[in-house]
Write a protein that binds this ligand. Structure first.
Ligand code: BTN
Length: 268
């Protein structure tokens, strides 16, 4: 914890209220997810938000790394201690995905969409990734960390990454104040989180999620370990499973876990 100097209260009073808890800010850290987990192990309370200007060891899904240059993007992790079934925790990633898409639409006036289960895309390229990590014992959750990386004002990506990823600035030409977007994301999240807790599923935001889902009514390539097939995406259900129809008319429910989908011609 000592290696990276943390400061609290860097966001305005208003932003702190929106986040519901303390904000721990780093000019640079290894990964806000790593820091959130260390703080959680030391008793840090529910609702604490960790934000970094840069990360030296940003973590992506499936063991990938996440590029996190300074001064341009959002790297943040929210620490939760939810009193819910462990099986309900993966849905929190989708709650965050809806919140990020809604916030980008409101603050940046950009038509952000969700690529199932939790990437945010704009003009078919990835703007944001979410990495949720849980620590639980038997049926009790100790904590959940939801890490969010949003490409906000970054102007250049390597040729390889640029095929798939973009930023709000590149797509809209407009600079976005990161603090304003963080405030909007956390504000939307807490509202959606309340709705989620009522049913411990996504039923209260299903209509919104499906409206924002880029995969709806499209053919997708389903990538299961050892099994790959093309199917027609119908939408998600209240558990966040993707509902698809295969070529022979079979209806399947896909649970995120180890499965991913992509468009038949590319990323979306
Ligand atoms: C993905 O692979 O799509 C998920 C990327 C998640 C990146 C964010 S940046 C803030 C937080 N800290 C990390 O190390 N990762 C997440």
């Amino acid at each position: 914890m000592e290696r990276y100097r943390a400061k609290t209260g860097q966001l305005s009073h208003m932003a702190r209220q929106q986040t519901a808890g303390e904000v721990v800010w780093f000019d640079e850290t290894d990964s806000t997810n790593i820091q959130a987990k260390i703080y959680a192990e030391n008793g840090c309370p529910h609702g604490t938000l960790f934000v970094a200007d840069a990360q030296s060891d940003g973590k992506g899904r499936r063991g990938r790394s996440w590029d996190a240059p300074a001064g341009c993007n959002i790297y943040m992790s929210l620490l939760l201690r939810p009193e819910i079934k462990t099986s309900a925790a993966p849905m929190l990633t989708l709650v965050m995905a809806v919140s990020v898409a809604e916030a980008i639409r409101e603050v940046c006036k950009a038509e952000a969409l969700i690529k199932w289960p939790n990437d945010i895309v704009l003009h078919k390229k990835k703007l944001c990734g979410i990495l949720t990590e849980m620590n639980a014992e038997a049926s009790r959750i100790n904590y959940v960390v939801i890490g969010v990386g949003v490409n906000v004002n970054q102007e250049h990506f390597s040729e390889e990454i640029a095929k798939k990823a973009t930023s709000i600035k590149i797509e809209t030409g407009i600079f976005t104040e990161r603090e304003k977007l963080i405030q909007a994301i956390t504000g939307k999240f807490w509202k959606n989180y309340e709705t989620f807790l009522e049913a411990e599923d996504l039923s209260g935001m299903l209509e919104t999620y499906n409206r924002l889902l880029v995969n709806t009514s499209r053919e997708v390539r389903v990538l299961e370990p050892g099994n790959e097939y093309t199917a027609y995406a119908v939408g998600v259900n209240e558990k966040g499973e993707l509902l698809v129809k295969t070529g022979d008319g079979e209806e399947k429910k896909i649970f995120a876990g180890e499965v991913s989908v992509r468009g038949i011609y590319g990323y979306v």
